[in-house]
Design a protein. Sequence first.
Length: 308
Amino acid sequence: MLVPGSEFEEPGEELQLGMDSMALYPAFVDELREASGAAIDFAMVGTLEIGGDEADLDRLRQRADKQRAFGVPSTVLSAGELGARFAGFSQALGGAIFYPEEGQVDPRTVTAALRQAFRALPVTLLENQAITAVRIAGDGVEAVCANGDRIAAWRAILAAGAWATQIELPFSLPRAYPIKGHLLGYRGPAPGSLPHVLRYHETYIVQRQSGYTIAGTSVEDVGFDRGIDAGTVADIEGRAHGLVGGLLPATSTDQWVGFRPAAESPLPLVGRHEDSPLYLAYGHFRNGILWAPLTAERLAGALTSANS
Ligand SMILES: Cc1cc2nc3c(=O)[nH]c(=O)nc-3n(C[C@H](O)[C@H](O)[C@H](O)COP(=O)(O)OP(=O)(O)OC[C@H]3O[C@@H](n4cnc5c(N)ncnc54)[C@H](O)[C@@H]3O)c2cc1C
C-alpha cells in the first residue's frame, strides 16, 4: 500500500516524508519501467479508510481535517456513498474517508525491474551474499562477506532492514529490530473487482492489477520468527471475510510473513553517517515501500555531493 494519509495518526514529519515520496512515485515508476522494460504493478487507486459507525467516522473525519491543513486531500463519504463505490461489503458501515492520491504497488515487480535495470549499467549484483562486517579502510570502506570475500568500496550504504545492526559496524548506530506481520493472498477475485485500497482498523485489503488480493495483517514483536501461525491466519481471514465477504473466498490461497524493519529512532535513518564513508538507509518500519523513491533521491543527492 502507498497510503500516507491513512497511515499516520498525527500530522508530522513521517506524514510529510510519506507525502513527498508519494509525489515522486509516478515518475519513479515511469523511469524504472523505461530503464528496465519490465512491467510494474502500480496504480493510484485511492484509499477508503472506513469508519464502522458514526462515532468511528467522526474520529477519522477529525484526523482528515487536520491532515487536509497539512496538504493531504481527502473527502468524507457517507454510508450510502461508500456503498455506491463498492458493493461487496458484508457488514453495515458508517462511511469512509477517501484519500484519492494514494495507491498500491507490488514491491516484487519493483525489485524485479530494478534487477533488470541494473543489467544495463556497469553494476555487479551479488545476490544471496551476506555481509558480516563493514569496516573503514583508508578513505573508503571494506565489506566482509560471510564466505570470507572482501569488497573494497568508495562508499557503502547500510540497507539491511531489520538486520542492519546485526552487521559488525565501525560505529554504534540505533538498533534495528523486526516487527513481524502476517499477510494473506487470495487468487480468484476478478481484476478491478476492488476499486480502492480498503483500511478498516487493523485490517486492510489491497488488490493487484491481476485481481490477486492481499489481506493484512498482524503486528508482532517476536524477533525473527518466520513461523506462520494458524490462529493468526484464521483471525485475518475472519476479519477480511467479515469486511468484504462478497469479494473474497472464506480461506486464503497463500500465507506469508515479513519483518517490518523498526529502529530505535523516531524517523528512518537516511543519509551519510557523520562525515564517514558509510551511508544509512534503514528503520523504514511500516512504510519502506512508500518511502523508497524519497530514500533513493536523498541518498543519491548525498552521494553526489560527497563526490563533487
Ligand atoms: C506485513 C507487512 C506489511 C507491510 N506493508 C507495507 C505497505 O503496505 N507499504 C509500505 O510502504 N511498507 C510496508 N511494509 C514495510 C516494508 O516492507 C519495509 O519498510 C521495507 O521492506 C523496508 O525495506 P528495506 O529494504 O529497508 O528492508 P528489507 O525489505 O527488509 O530488505 C533488507 C534486505 O537486506 C538483506 N540483508 C539482511 N542482512 C543482510 C546482510 N548481513 N548482508 C546482506 N544483505 C542482508 C535482506 O535479505 C533483505 O533483502 C510492510 C511490511 C510487512 C512485514
